[in-house]
Design a protein around this ligand. Structure first.
Ligand SMILES: Cc1cc2nc3c(=O)[nH]c(=O)nc-3n(C[C@H](O)[C@H](O)[C@H](O)COP(=O)(O)OP(=O)(O)OC[C@H]3O[C@@H](n4cnc5c(N)ncnc54)[C@H](O)[C@@H]3O)c2cc1C
Length: 280
């Protein structure tokens, strides 16, 4: 059971488990996590942080106690809209962004539907789907690095960015569209996701798609559909998802990842690149 300590400008939780802070719902424990309540408090505690925790939706925390301090921006989650621009703190969720965009008839965030990340994580990972990605609309990002705040526009690649330091807030420029059209695109994306992706706990796609190929198909063709170690299993709905069937450890997950990597390389000569982040 984690211990809490609430002070005027932050909440501090000791021994937070991956079961509670990652979407995979299995793995290790972080000794200390600080949740600043204001940006001033974020500046105050940033120096203590060994790791920046988003919503844990692309994250595996290796088993055991991690003697580290994590910083979570969960309480810094304000989102506002002015004309066609959305300003947001980095702890806001993808859902928060999409709701504001929809309410203001702005298009560009439809792909965020059902992505369980925070703005900081979306930018760090350059999250995307259905031909849209977060870098398409980002105009600038306020980043704290070594005690200095700078406005930057990171360089982006496929599910990657060179963001370094702590993303505090971000500004996006979107385009006007009819609310009805936006809602229809969200619905269509939602149907595609529900019909092709598992609903069990996972960290999303495990591997990036190699150029002109689908990681899921390659993994399926390598014979891993339904492959299980402990509580972790390769989804039979989409083989690029490793799901937690109950009680999975990070080690169960990582053993499957290792087996897939070796088999795919042996069979096809392809080195699959990991998409998830590992906190080891
Ligand atoms: C069911 C499911 C579906 C998904 N679908 C998609 C999809 O369609 N497309 C897609 O791209 N991804 C998808 N994902 C993966 C994931 O949601 C995204 O990568 C998301 O952007 C991760 O955000 P997070 O806040 O959870 O980050 P975390 O997983 O907590 O962290 C990821 C990385 O971001 C860093 N980070 C987090 N916040 C900050 C910050 N404020 N400043 C600096 N660094 C920070 C962390 O240190 C870490 O390195 C899916 C995941 C799940 C579980």
């Amino acid at each position: 059971m984690p211990n809490y300590c609430e002070i005027s400008d932050a909440l501090i939780i000791y021994e937070l488990s991956a079961k509670d802070i990652t979407t995979f719902k299995g793995g290790g424990i972080i000794e200390k996590t600080i949740f600043p309540k204001t940006e001033e408090a974020l500046f105050k505690y940033a120096g203590e942080a060994d790791f920046i925790l988003g919503r844990g939706s692309n994250l595996i925390i290796s088993d055991g106690l991690k003697k580290i301090t994590a910083l979570s921006l969960k309480m810094l989650n304000k989102v506002s809209c002015f004309k066609d621009e959305i300003y947001t703190q980095a702890g806001a969720t993808a859902k928060n962004l999409l709701d504001v965009a929809l309410k203001n008839s702005l298009t560009g965030f439809e792909f965020l539907h059902r992505i369980p990340g925070s703005v900081g994580g979306l930018i760090k990972m350059n999250a995307g789907a259905f031909g849209q990605q977060i870098s398409d609309t980002l105009t600038c990002c306020s980043v704290l690095n070594d005690g200095v705040v700078k406005e930057v526009k990171p360089n982006f690649g496929y599910r990657t960015s060179d963001l370094s330091g702590i993303a505090i807030s971000a500004k996006f420029k979107l385009k006007r569209s009819k609310s009805e059209d936006i809602a229809n695109r969200i619905k269509s994306n939602c149907l595609k996701r529900v019909s092709t992706q598992p609903s069990n706990p996972s960290c999303g796609s495990v591997f990036k798609n190699p150029p002109f190929a689908s990681a899921g198909k390659i993994i399926e063709e390598s014979g891993f559909k339904g492959f299980r170690i402990g509580g972790a299993e390769v989804s039979d709905k989409h083989c690029n998802f490793i799901i937690n069937k109950g009680g999975a450890t990070a080690d169960d997950f990582l053993q499957i990842v290792d087996k897939i990597e070796k088999t795919v390389y042996y069979k096809y000569g392809i080195r699959l690149e990991r998409e998830f982040k590992l906190l080891d």
